[in-house]
Design a protein around this ligand. Structure first.
Ligand SMILES: NC(=O)c1ccc[n+]([C@@H]2O[C@H](COP(=O)([O-])OP(=O)(O)OC[C@H]3O[C@@H](n4cnc5c(N)ncnc54)[C@H](OP(=O)(O)O)[C@@H]3O)[C@@H](O)[C@H]2O)c1
Length: 225
C-alpha cells in the first residue's frame, strides 16, 4: 500500500486524515510536536509517529534523515498556526507573526526539501499543502487576520514555485473549507470534518500532472490566488 506522511496528526484535520488513510489500509506516518500530546484516538491507530516542531528546523532535517531510505507517496503539510486574529496594526506582535511564517510558510517548503528523496522514490510523488481561502488575495474582501492571511498567501506563492521547479512532483494547494470539530474551525462552520477530509482525499487521489501548481477547494473547485 502507498505511504502518506501527515503533519499535525494529534487533532483536527490531521487526525481525521490519519484515520481515513489507515481505514483504507495505507501506511501512515504522522507527526506531533510531542508524543505526550498524542491522545487516545491517535494511540488506537496503527501509525508511525515522529516528533516534529515546525519552528525548530533541526527537527525537519532530523525527519528527513530518519526517512532518507524510505518512500513517501503523499506528503500532506497540514499543521498550521492561526496567530493573533485581531491584531491592531499600531501594536504588531512581531514574534507571533514570525511564528506564523515559520509554521505556515517556511517549514512546509523545508519539509519538502528534506523529503525530496523519499518523494522522488515513491510511485505517486504528491506534495500537498493545506492552505486556506484566507490566503487568497483575490478572495479577501473582509480584511483582518494579517498573520494568517499573509503567511498562507506566502505558502501559496512558494508552493506554486515548488510546482514549477519540481516537475517530478505533483505539488498543489488545498483549502479544506471552514470545518467543524477543528481548532481553526468552529461549531458554526459549514463543512463537517469527515466530509472535508474525504473530499480532500478524493482531490489528492485524482491528482495528475495537470494538478501541479493549482489551488483547489476540498470539493474540487478552483480558487483564485
Ligand atoms: N479548520 C478549518 O476550518 C480550516 C480552514 C482553512 C484552513 N485550515 C488549515 O488546515 C490545517 C489544519 O487545521 P485544523 O483546523 O485541523 O487545525 P488544529 O485543529 O488547530 O490543529 C493544528 C495542528 O497543527 C499543529 N501545529 C501547530 N503549530 C505547530 C508547530 N509549531 N509545530 C508542529 N505542529 C504544529 C498542532 O499541534 P499541537 O496540537 O501540538 O498544537 C495541531 O496538530 C491548517 O493548516 C489550517 O490553516 C483549516
Amino acid at each position: 500500500m502507498p505511504t502518506v506522511l501527515i503533519t499535525g496528526v494529534n487533532r483536527g484535520l490531521g487526525l481525521e486524515f490519519a484515520k481515513q488513510y489507515r481505514a483504507d489500509g495505507w501506511r501512515v506516518l504522522g507527526t506531533v510536536r510531542n508524543r505526550r500530546n498524542a491522545g487516545d484516538d491517535l494511540a488506537s491507530l496503527d501509525i508511525e509517529l515522529h516528533e516534529l516542531e515546525l519552528t525548530d528546523f533541526s527537527t525537519i532535517s532530523a525527519l528527513g534523515h530518519a526517512l532518507r531510505d524510505d518512500a513517501v507517496d503523499v506528503l500532506i503539510a497540514n499543521a498550521g498556526h492561526l496567530g493573533i486574529r485581531d491584531m491592531p496594526i499600531d501594536n504588531i506582535d512581531l514574534q507571533s507573526w514570525e511564528t506564523s511564517f515559520r509554521v505556515n510558510t517556511i517549514a512546509p517548503v523545508a519539509l519538502v526539501g528534506a523529503l525530496l528523496a523519499p518523494l522522488r522514490r515513491s510511485v505517486q510523488r504528491k506534495a500537498v499543502a493545506i492552505s486556506s481561502r484566507r490566503g487568497s488575495i483575490a478572495c479577501n474582501d473582509t480584511g483582518g487576520r494579517y498573520m494568517y492571511r499573509s503567511s498562507k498567501a506566502a505558502l501559496n506563492a512558494a508552493w506554486r514555485s515548488l510546482a514549477v521547479d519540481h516537475a517530478e512532483l505533483i505539488a498543489f494547494v488545498l483549502h479544506p473549507g471552514w470545518v467543524r470539530q477543528t481548532g481553526m474551525g468552529s461549531s458554526l462552520a459549514d463543512v463537517g470534518l469527515e466530509e472535508s477530509v474525504s473530499g480532500m482525499r478524493g482531490a489528492i487521489d485524482s491528482a495528475t500532472a495537470a494538478s501541479r501548481g493549482r489551488f483547489l477547494t476540498w470539493d474540487g473547485k478552483e480558487l483564485p490566488w
